[in-house]
Design a protein around this ligand. Structure first.
Ligand SMILES: Nc1ncnc2c1ncn2[C@@H]1O[C@H](COP(=O)(O)OP(=O)(O)OP(=O)(O)O)[C@@H](O)[C@H]1O
Length: 253
């Protein structure tokens, strides 16, 4: 059974058909890239899957259960996590405290008065930092981190809630090429080791073609191609779509 199954998703804004009937699945342990030119409908698709907007038509199923149109809080509780282009970490907390806060929020725990906050979920937080290669930074304020480390911290926080599905909006935006590849390799390792399903948007084609298991290409709200990276790379429609952008297979100029 797929972790995420979307079928016939459609959404119009006034006269603009942002999505015109989109269907795809993401399985456990799979890294699926959703790519396409600006305005293709990627964000609309993400926003439907995490409950921020309701589709006009179509269904969203999570682990076999229909969840179409549920609000974001319910989606989050059912196992949909999301990271945004702009990292959402607390600058004034340490790296470890940020992950502790994410664990506490995920469990809807409150700070027990008789228990110092610093001890709550400390070991699990440390474990998550180890898994994301951030253990050496545990005691540093998040404000001091380099950008690539902020993204790794954000990833540790995102998996703290043990999502079934993680949506990642351009996870490597603003990173240097080597850093981009290191981050997506980490995402892929976590995807495999945790059996996570990851759906990500990405403008860097080196990231997509180097690491995605499958790619879905959207244009004008429709899927124009989907398949493994070799099939997508060779697809004449995809090549035509991206030709003239100055990159081998697309991307923001
Ligand atoms: N709230 C909105 N109101 C009106 N039109 C919208 C709204 N959100 C998106 N659109 C339109 O729907 C279409 C799809 O937009 P969407 O943001 O989903 O594309 P995208 O692939 O995420 O683009 P980008 O790569 O630029 O983020 C575009 O034509 C966009 O202008």
């Amino acid at each position: 059974m797929s972790v995420l199954e979307v079928e016939g998703l459609a959404k119009a804004y006034g006269g603009v058909q942002a999505l015109g009937g989109v269907s795809f699945t993401v399985g456990a342990g799979e890294l699926l890239a959703l790519i396409g030119p600006n305005g293709a409908g990627k964000s609309t698709c993400f926003n439907i899957v995490d409950g921020q907007i309701r589709p006009d038509r179509g269904t969203v199923r999570l682990a076999g259960r229909e969840v179409t149109g549920l609000p974001p809080r319910r989606m989050a509780r059912l196992g949909v996590g999301r990271t945004f282009q702009i990292a959402a970490v607390f600058d004034s907390l340490t790296v470890l405290e940020n992950v502790q806060a994410a664990l506490i929020a995920a469990r809807r725990q409150t700070f027990a008065l008789w228990r110092p906050a610093a001890t709550i979920a400390r070991e699990e937080a440390q474990h998550l930092l180890e898994q994301t290669g951030m253990a050496d930074h545990a005691g540093r304020p998040a404000s001091e981190l380099a950008y690539g480390d902020v993204k790794r911290l954000e990833l540790a926080m995102a998996i703290a809630s043990e999502p079934l599905l993680l949506l990642m909006d351009e996870p490597t935006a603003g990173m240097a090429p080597a850093e981009r590849l290191a981050l997506i390799e980490l995402v892929k390792r976590l995807t495999r080791s945790r059996g996570l399903a990851v759906l990500f948007t990405e403008h860097s084609m080196d990231v997509v073609f180097g690491h995605a298991d499958r790619v879905v290409v959207l244009a004008g709200g429709q899927i124009v191609a989907s398949g493994d990276v070799d099939a997508i790379r060779a697809d004449p429609q995809v090549r035509a779509l991206y030709l003239g952008t100055g990159r081998a297979a697309g991307g923001r100029a």
